[in-house]
Design a protein around this ligand. Sequence first.
Ligand SMILES: [Zn+2]
Length: 226
Amino acid sequence: MTNDRKNELAAMCRLEIRRTVTLAQMSLADHGYHLAMSVFDAEFQSMLDRLDDAPFDEADIPLLMEILIEELWPQLREAHAKHRETLFGKLISRNNDVIVADAEFAFDVGWIPLVHEAVARMRTYPESWKVRIDGGKEKFGCLVLYVSFVVDERGAEPEIRRLREEIRLRSLATCDICAGQGRLRLGGFAKTVCDKHTAIFEGFREDDGVWADPWKWHGDAAECDK
Ligand SMILES: [Zn+2]
């Protein structure tokens, strides 16, 4: 009986699920690369609001929830992953003289302009340094770039260390999601975001706002190499 009702509901929702995914595609970038469950809750609610006139009753809500977790959520995740893949794919293919083809970037799209700046500066280095970006990741709210180069080349090592540190410090003032002005925020995790994108946090730690640079907080400058 429950399954019959679930199938009925699923059929009623199908079109609305498709519409929700299309609408969400425009705002998915706002959610950062860990698509949080709160995004699902918001989409679930907005879908219920749009289905206001549909013949549902309270008892249908758990079934609707199941349908949306099974059908809407995977589609939202897929659309979100595609969006990231497109932007990072372009970053790599347009800068393939500096960025390796299989580079992996584990941060949000708001920091792509910082990678562009690193690339532009690396193009001014002597050929013999053979400098390459192998990837990058977000660590405690900072952008850490992985760079390889010929270590024995005179001047290469200090210059690249300086560049990576400059990019890391700039990332601590740049929203990881939209590239707007941001600062390090501490909640259930650490992330550098603008005021608008603090919405991805569910709450903040007491020491949020106290630390501008997590490397100082850990008291270990060598952290930035890993
Ligand atoms: Zn932002």
